[in-house]
Ligand binder design. Structure first.
Ligand code: F6R
Length: 635
């Protein structure tokens, strides 16, 4: 949520900031702003200019083009509103009363109310409703007192000192970038529980919340650790930990981060990313199911033997679409691999976790690797296990993510990188598929090690997974056209129901979530057998029902549930292989005949494409739906 960039060097800062912000707009698009400092050759210090605009980045770009924002030092921000409406006055950067100190922030300052009251008592007038505005005022107050102590001799380390002091007064999770017009050669950045990376260029540095903003600038990066504060000048970096100890760390190389702002020939990133799924699957198969491994152990996962030893249960923590992937994962881990598995909303787990069970593997699933609730739930679980002590209760954690350089990778000891490439569309599609595949890899591995499945079953699932890229390729093309023709019929729909059972129940939930988030149509996903216990009362002619009916243990049952809906006049859309029984559907989205195990990897495709085309038909902003952001770094 919210993206920040900051730059110091010898080139004009504003264009670099705008380029960086373009790559971060997926984190929020309620408003955007930047501030730059232009050194004044005739006197000490510089002149701070600040430009802010409501709405998308393009509005800020027009403003900067018209009015300019000079200087080689600057900070920028793209906002997802938490405190205060999306208005210019609430847009970042925020400044102190003199206008000389400017701050951008990503996160939430939890104790801002008491800090604001205190500052107001001291006579400070606030101009926004944000939590962030306390920060420039506190820094300015600190600078004033430091200036007094040093009899007005100004230095870049004075700003560092002020930010460090103020950071210690802030509660919450945040990343900050700060500039001060009296120190035009100093940029201060700080992070606590929110991501921030420093990119090292030649004689210049660019900091950002996420790697895509750095990729076009440099490949050499220094991810900041929690609690660190850095002073950047054109000459170098001074990095300090939360205790004020100077840190020396070698930078790392940024690999495989493409320029994300390229839609190719697709109308939207979401459609491009749906079409990238056969490739996501192909890469996964090549990497984890390579030919040549023994049939009884066909999967190559990046963990050694001890990782799998004596695990008696698994718990999965995630939010939104990632949680739906976790639900499919739980089904596979329980039903295929025979390990009792529970799935939790991370936001619930962190405050009401079940009693500790021994020999438990905890899996956090997060495509961004930055979801605050998921990270906090994992941290809480780790802490309570460490406090409990005893080897049976030891903390064992694994993260499934698309961003191996993100915060989750620094928090948990094992990472399964789904390698789907950066996803820009706010609605998760290819990363969902990647997360599912990660669970197939785990389930196959556990099943082979525990011998919970016969060799024939292992070979059969492996074969189907190897064939998945081809299956997906045909399906995506066919359903793209089909969904486009169907969408017209459902564009004015007010309510839609998605039904599934067993391993496809999470896909019904995912179908409903996709439709809600991008088309703003109310939708519900239900286990098909639950309809008769209440929700069936909603059904009538105007309510389309999408029923996922894939071969398997519940095939006849879901068909009967679909018949019950038809008897209530609902318009029935079937996601099922074509056959005599599926003639009951008003519309069929035909599926290949595959095993029940593998079916979610395919049945999700019509869900994604139907939602996409309905939203496109309604003329909506599919890649940046209202009120949402790609990376949810607030609680
Ligand atoms: C829906 C969607 C969200 C995310 C959720 C968790 O399309 O993308 O529901 O799945 O915000 O995000 P991550 O996976 O980054 O933890």
């Amino acid at each position: 949520m919210c993206g920040i960039v900051a730059v110091i060097g010898s080139r004009d800062a504003a264009p670099l900031l705008i380029e960086g912000l373009k790559q971060l707009e997926y984190r929020g698009y309620d408003s955007a702003g930047l501030a730059t400092v232009d050194p004044r050759p005739e006197s000490f210090g510089g002149l701070l200019t600040c430009k802010r605009a409501k709405g998308k980045l393009v509005n800020l770009m027009q403003l900067v083009e018209k009015e300019g924002s000079p200087g080689q030092l600057g900070i920028g921000h793209t906002r997802w509103a938490t405190h205060g409406k999306p208005e210019v006055r609430n847009a970042h950067p925020h400044r102190d009363s003199s206008g000389g100190v400017a701050v951008v922030q990503n996160g939430i300052i939890e104790n801002y109310t008491s800090l604001r009251k205190q500052l107001e008592l001291e006579g400070i007038r606030f101009t926004s409703e944000t939590d962030t505005e306390v920060v420039p005022h506190l820094i300015a107050r600190e600078l004033k007192s430091l200036k007094k102590q040093t009899k007005n001799s100004i230095s870049s380390s004075m700003l560092l000192e002020a930010v460090r002091t103020v950071s210690s007064q802030l509660k919450g999770a945040y990343a900050l970038a700060v500039i001060w017009e009296e120190a035009p050669d100093a940029l201060i950045v700080a992070r606590r529980h929110a991501p921030l990376l420093i990119g090292l260029g030649e004689g210049e540095f660019l900091c950002a919340s996420d790697t895509p903003a750095l990729a076009g600038f440099t490949r050499t990066i220094l991810p900041m650790e929690d609690g660190e504060v850095a002073l950047l000048t054109p000459l170098g970096i001074e990095l300090y930990d939360s205790e004020g100890q100077r840190q020396q760390r070698s930078p790392s190389l940024l690999n495989g981060v493409e320029n994300v702002a390229n839609k190719r020939h697709f109308r939207h990133f979401m459609l491009k990313e749906i079409h990238e799924q056969p490739e996501t699957a192909r890469l996964w198969v090549d990497r984890h199911l390579p030919a040549g491994l023994p049939a009884e152990a066909p999967v190559a996962l990046p963990f050694d033997e001890p990782f799998y030893e004596d695990i008696e249960r698994i718990q999965i923590l995630a939010c939104g679409t990632s949680r739906h992937a976790g639900m499919v994962g739980a089904y596979l881990l329980e039903q295929f691999a025979g390990i009792p598995t529970s799935v939790f909303y991370a936001s619930e787990f962190r405050y009401s976790a079940p009693p500790l069970a021994p020999k438990t593997l905890t899996i956090g699933v997060t495509q961004s690797g930055e979801t605050a609730d998921t990270l906090a739930a994992l941290a809480m679980e780790d802490k309570r296990r460490k406090e409990h002590g005893g080897s049976a209760y030891a903390s064992r954690q694994l993260g499934i993510t698309n961003r191996p350089e993100s915060s989750i990778a620094r928090q948990v000891p094992h990472i399964l990188d789904i390698g789907a490439g950066i996803e820009v569309g706010v609605a998760a599609t290819k990363t969902f598929l990647g997360q599912l595949l990660a669970f197939y890899g785990l389930a196959l591995t556990f099943a082979t090690r525990r011998r919970s499945r016969s060799l024939e079953e292992i070979i059969s699932l492996t074969r189907e997974l190897r064939d998945l890229p081809n299956q997906l390729s045909n399906l995506v093309d066919e359903h793209d056209q089909l969904a486009e023709t169907l969408a017209n019929r459902f564009s004015d729909t007010q309510n839609m129901i998605f039904l599934g059972r067993g391993i496809n129940y999470p896909i019904a939930l995912e179908g409903a979530l996709k439709l809600k988030e991008i088309s703003y149509i109310h939708a519900e996903g239900y286990p098909a057998g639950e309809m008769k216990h209440g929700p069936i009362a909603l059904l009538e002619r105007r309510v389309p029902v999408v029923s996922i009916v894939m071969p398997g243990v519940v095939y006849e049952k879901v068909l009967s549930n679909a018949q019950e809906a038809k008897a209530r006049d609902a318009q029935l859309i079937g996601v099922a292989p074509k056959c005599l029984e599926t003639e009951i559907f008003d519309t069929l989205m035909p599926m290949p005949k595959v095993s029940e195990w593998i079916s979610p990897l395919l049945s999700v495709i019509p869900m994604q494409l139907l939602s996409y085309h309905i939203a496109a038909n309604r003329g909506l902003d599919i890649d940046q739906p209202r009120n949402l952001a790609k990376s949810v770094t607030v609680e």
